[in-house]
Design a protein around this ligand. Structure first.
Ligand SMILES: [Zn+2]
Length: 296
């Protein structure tokens, strides 16, 4: 008697794909220890331990990186898995080392064409010789950047003035809440839509809720490694089919928090985690999001 909505079917397909990926992994585990990401990958969430690093690729092979993590060796392993040789753009969401710590080493080894940071990132932390653009958003103006013919990103947060970012002056919460929130649309007729949220905490997330139409995405990079302090409202507003969580194996912070993972489970959102699966590659194929796991 139960009707199946398109959304439910989409979730089911993703779940099936996830299951197949895991099965493939278990079947070919020995052979895939040196495997590369699938040729058609459009999005990769890198396993950089406790931190964030994500890759997005256009149809003409333009590659952008969102955050670097703090471990260059982990990031480098992911770039090699993805077979990336240069970066057309790098975005840094906020000034915590688990998001930008590997930037200087990265710049020594990989050409970086453009660098974008939160408006509240200290430019002195940027390696010399890279063109820097600082990004902010407002109620009246949401910047939109083209990353190539089939990829666009809209900058939803932070506001230009630090006074409008929730958090005590000098606090870690203020830095988290100054994170870039980016909405990606990647691909042609059936694009992947991905919302990335840095380490945004609940107070800042609340500022985005009045315009849920800006937030909707099929894929959500869960804020702050699944920390409880980011709350669940942003997840509800995004209404994703698939949630990506980047967290270190056995990390000291208890990330992701069970409140977050329970919420995702209760709302039928498929979850993939770097602490369980290593790096994660996504590709939109027909009406399916194909998920390929690197494994550990
Ligand atoms: Zn973080």
């Amino acid at each position: 008697m139960s009707a199946t909505s398109p959304q439910d079917r989409r979730r089911l397909i993703i779940s099936v794909c996830l299951l197949l990926s895991v099965l493939a992994l278990s079947l070919f585990n020995q052979k895939t220890s040196s495997a590369k990401a699938p040729d058609g990958w459009q999005w990769i969430t890198c396993d950089v331990g406790q931190g964030d690093a994500h890759l997005v690729r256009t149809v003409e092979d333009q590659v952008s990186l969102i955050d670097t993590g703090d471990s260059y060796s982990d990031l480098e392993a992911c770039l090699e898995w993805a077979q990336v040789e240069r970066l057309d753009a790098v975005f840094i969401t906020h000034q915590h080392r688990d998001h930008y710590g590997a930037l200087s080493e990265l710049a020594e080894s990989y050409p970086i064409a453009r660098l974008f940071t939160s408006a509240h990132f200290d430019p002195a932390q940027v390696p010399q010789g890279i063109e820097l653009t600082q990004l902010a958003s407002s109620d009246e103006y949401i910047p939109e950047l083209s990353l190539g013919t089939d990829a666009e990103v809209r900058v939803l947060w932070p506001p230009d003035s630090l006074d409008r970012v929730p958090g005590e002056k000098g606090s870690s919460a203020l830095v988290n809440n100054s994170s870039l929130v980016l909405h990606f649309r990647v691909g042609g007729e059936q694009p992947l839509t991905v919302l990335t949220t840095g380490d945004l905490e609940e107070a800042a997330a609340g500022r985005l809720l009045p315009k849920p139409e800006n937030l909707e995405a099929s894929i959500l990079k869960v804020a702050h490694h699944g920390s409880r302090g980011s709350g669940t409202q942003l997840i509800g507003a995004t209404n994703p089919a698939l949630a990506l969580i980047s967290a270190g194996r056995g990390n000291d912070y208890g990330h992701p928090h069970q409140v977050i993972t329970d919420y995702l489970k209760q709302h039928g959102v498929s979850v993939v985690r770097t602490d369980q699966s290593g790096s994660i590659a996504l590709e939109q194929r027909d009406h399916e999001i194909v998920v390929t796991l690197e494994g550990q």
